[in-house]
Each structure stands twice: as structure tokens, then as C-alpha cells.
Design a protein around this ligand. Structure first.
Ligand code: FIX
Ligand code: ZN
Length: 459
């Protein structure tokens, strides 16, 4: 009788074209060692703490901006988009309801009237299960009652522990009125939360950004004069220091072009990239989002389109002293992006973003990246908007990452190269944020940056 582990190994070997019988004959490595490697890889993936490099979560000091609990999980925009496949009412009527009423409708449509097999729905159930709740009773009021008994400070620690997450990077926008006020007043920061300076309104809605910057005492005009550029850089510097930003970030549409005479490309070239160089900070680009494909759905109404990787290549080639953190939304861009990363040491890939954060595509992207880039990338980020989601996002991803890595290490072993446990643990740490921290560090690698910024710690 084959043990469960051996059956698993055989399955894995079959999937990877790995011939177990042939391997035994070549006698380079014993079956028990192979089984040990699998156990070591699974152990490392399950226990290595993660630095979650991009989320939409907030330090608890931001009060209601930190979303958590069952209703927030159910009205997450990934779930809302799916609910509208079934809901009979208009978007307007849906948004006019209270959050609890919206959650009730979604629960009925996606969990009771149909089986919750989609990734986003399964995520809600993985989360409840990990928290010890019995969702199988299908009793939404009882689940709500369970959440009502938690204090957010305790719940945060519980979620971090269940997700195996050590730090979370927020998405921080000075253009958000609620958020801006809290930063300006100041607060004691939670050690698990780092900050990233989000600048979409600056780059994508310059004409609307100008009066706001002016109102905050930055002497800017719509024309990108030297004075306006200086003042924009002063704005970036003030906010970089105020929030201790680890990087700057923007999401861009498929049509983004660089170089170009557009305000977006010019602002990047004249203000954002020099600022990043000055502070030794990476610029994070999330490429390929089509905002408002169906505006009635609000956050759930955004779509995807392939981006022009040539523009990214131009950015990397023409700004060799800048560092770029990049993830792209379209599946059809993933291979080209890996190839681009092979060309540019100042380009670091991270995560399986949004519509790519589904098992089929995570599996494919992780394999592709390992095969083309080794371990020089960040395997995943959660993009969580609701605290509890870090539990499912990381559990689901860890399961896939473990399967892929087991295959890759067993394939290595087939060559006679036996990975030690220390090497496996080192690699998993790198994939879960270690390489990211090294890349972001002002003293990093071959990229020659005059750093006046922060120490790059904390991811
Ligand atoms: O631009 C982003 O950071 C995106 O992640 C968001 O816009 C998007 O709404 C999201 O939450 C995807 O996961
Ligand atoms: Zn995001």
C-alpha cells in the first residue's frame, strides 16, 4: 500500500512530468529524502511569516477606515460583482440599502440560492472556518453576533496570527479627506503597519489635483512650469516624510504610455521619478486596470485590459537609477512581464493582483515566475480591503505556492541537487517579502541611488 505522502508525490510527479520510478532507478536521492523535502517545503510555506506588500487596510488608529467583520466581507467589491450576476435589483437600489441589507441580499444570492464556489465566496468561508465559526449552519445573524463580541485591537492580532502575516503595507492617499486629517493630527503607529504614498489623483486627474494642492499651500498651476514641478516635489516630500512611505504607488489604465507628452508621463518624469531617486524609494506601478467599465457598480465596476509593456521597458531603461515595483492585471501580460524583469534589475515583480488572484492563475503565474526569474520576485500580496481577508487570501495562496514549490524542489532533486532545509527556508522568506525588502532598501543591489530616505526596514 502506498502511503498518503507517496500517493501525493506520485500525483505531483505526474503533474510535473516527473517520473518517480525513473528517479528511483537513477538512485541519486532516496525516496525518504524526497518525502522529507516535500515536508520541509510545506512546513516552510506554512510557517514563514509574510510581509504583505500591498493592502487597502489601515492602522487601527484610522478607526472606521479599518474594515472588518462579516458584513464588510460580504460587501467586498469582488463579491458584489458576483452578486450582480444574480441580483434582480438595480445598482441604484442596491447602494441605497444599508450595509447590513446589502450583505443579507448577497448572502441569499451567493451562499443560499447558489453554491459559493467562486474564489471570493470560498474566501469568506475559509475565513469563517479559520476563525472557528460554523458557517455550515447558514445562520448569518449568529455569525454577526459572534463578530459583535470582538474588540478591533484583539481581532487584529487574531487575524495577523491566523494569516501568518507580520507586516502589512497600507495604501495611503493624501487626497482622501478622512485619511489626510488623521495623518495631519498624528497618531501612535501600530508596528505591523507600514505606509505607501498613493498618487493616482495627482497623475491621472491633474486638473482636479491642482486646486487641491493650491488649497494645501503648494503654488502649482495647470501648466507644468519649473515652479509647479518644484512645488509638486515639495508636496511629495512632505507626504513621504509625514507617513514614512516605503514606496510611491499608482494604478494605471491599459493605455498608459511612456515616454509621452501626457500630463501623467510628464509628471512622472519631472516630479515623481526624481523624488523617488532623491528619497531612495521605489515607484510601484499596477498596470492594466480599466476604471469604471460599469460605473454603477462602483468599486466592483472596474475591468481589465492588456497594458503596453513597452512603456514599462522604457521607464526601466530610461531611468536606471529608479526602482520599479510592478504587478499587471491582464493574464496575457504575465509572460512578457517576466521577460521584462529578466532585462532590468531595477524591476521587481510582486503579487497576483485582483482578477489574477484565483487559483488557476496564481498557479500559472507562480510557475512562470519561478521558471523565468528564480526566487527574485515577491510571490503574492493580499490587496485585502477587509482585515479578515488576509486569512483566506494567504491560506489559499500558501496552498498553491507550496504545491508549486514542492514540484520545483523535487525537480531539482532529480538533477542530484539536494536543497537543504536552510536553503528552502531562505528561499521561502525571500519570496514572502525578503527579496522585496532588499530591493526596496536604499543600499540595495546594483542600483545606484542617492538615498536620503528611510532605512528600507519593516517589510
Ligand atoms: O488599484 C488598486 O490598488 C486596486 O487593487 C484596487 O483599485 C482594487 O479596487 C482592488 O481592491 C483590487 O484588489
Ligand atoms: Zn490595491
Amino acid at each position: 500500500m502506498l502511503s498518503l505522502e507517496s500517493k501525493k508525490l506520485r500525483r505531483l510527479h505526474y503533474r510535473s512530468g516527473f517520473d518517480y520510478a525513473e528517479l528511483e532507478m537513477t538512485n541519486t536521492i532516496s525516496k525518504s529524502r524526497l518525502e522529507t523535502i516535500e515536508v520541509e517545503v510545506r512546513q516552510a510555506v506554512a510557517t514563514t511569516p509574510v510581509c504583505d506588500v500591498h493592502t487597502h487596510l489601515y492602522d487601527p488608529a484610522f478607526g472606521p477606515l479599518l474594515l472588518w467583520g462579516i458584513d464588510a466581507l460580504l460587501v467586498y467589491h469582488y463579491v458584489v460583482a458576483e452578486a450582480f450576476r444574480f441580483l434582480p435589483l438595480s445598482c441604484e437600489r442596491f447602494w441605497a440599502l444599508s450595509k447590513t441589507e446589502q450583505a443579507n441580499l448577497i448572502w441569499e444570492a451567493l451562499f443560499i440560492e447558489h453554491s459559493p464556489v467562486s474564489e471570493a465566496c470560498r474566501g469568506v468561508l475559509t475565513t469563517l472556518n479559520a476563525l472557528g465559526l460554523d458557517a455550515n449552519q447558514r445562520d448569518l445573524p449568529a455569525i454577526r453576533q459572534w463578530f459583535a463580541e470582538w474588540k478591533v485591537e484583539d481581532y487584529l492580532e487574531r487575524c495577523l496570527e491566523l494569516a501568518g502575516v507580520s507586516t502589512l503595507c497600507m495604501t495611503n492617499s493624501p487626497f482622501d479627506d478622512v485619511e489626510r486629517g488623521i495623518w495631519e493630527r498624528g497618531f501612535t503607529r501600530h508596528p505591523a503597519f507600514t505606509a505607501a504614498l498613493r498618487i493616482d489623483p495627482l497623475l491621472l486627474q491633474w486638473n482636479e489635483a491642482v486646486p487641491r494642492l493650491a488649497q494645501w499651500s503648494y503654488a502649482v498651476t495647470p501648466e507644468l512650469s519649473p515652479k509647479t514641478v518644484d512645488e509638486t516635489r515639495r508636496f511629495l516630500a512632505d507626504w513621504t516624510r509625514r507617513i514614512q512611505a516605503r514606496y510611491l504607488m499608482v494604478s494605471l489604465p491599459p493605455g498608459f504610455n511612456y515616454p509621452a507628452q501626457t500630463e501623467c508621463a510628464q509628471l512622472m518624469e519631472k516630479a515623481v521619478l526624481p523624488h523617488c531617486r532623491d528619497y531612495g524609494l521605489p515607484f510601484a506601478l499596477m498596470l492594466g486596470v480599466k476604471r469604471g467599465v460599469n460605473p454603477g457598480l462602483r468599486l466592483a465596476g472596474d475591468g481589465v485590459g492588456p497594458c503596453q509593456l513597452e512603456s514599462l521597458e522604457n521607464l526601466c531603461a530610461q531611468n536606471p537609477s529608479n526602482k520599479f515595483l510592478v504587478t499587471v492585471l491582464a493574464r496575457e501580460n504575465q509572460h512578457g512581464l517576466c521577460v521584462a524583469a529578466r532585462k532590468f534589475p531595477n524591476l521587481h515583480l510582486f503579487g497576483c493582483w485582483w482578477f489574477t488572484n484565483i487559483p488557476t492563475v496564481i498557479d500559472e503565474m507562480t510557475r512562470m515566475r519561478l521558471e523565468l526569474l528564480g526566487t527574485s520576485f515577491t510571490v503574492q500580496h493580499s490587496d485585502a480591503r477587509v482585515l479578515d481577508q488576509i486569512i483566506y487570501k494567504w491560506r489559499h495562496s500558501r496552498a498553491i505556492i507550496a504545491d508549486v514549490l514542492v514540484e520545483k524542489y523535487l525537480a531539482l532533486a532529480q538533477t542530484g541537487w539536494e536543497p537543504s532545509n536552510d536553503e528552502i527556508e531562505r528561499d521561502v522568506k525571500d519570496l514572502f517579502g525578503g527579496t522585496f525588502a532588499k530591493f526596496c532598501s536604499p543600499v540595495s543591489s546594483s542600483i545606484d541611488l542617492p538615498a536620503k530616505g528611510f532605512d528600507g526596514q519593516g517589510f
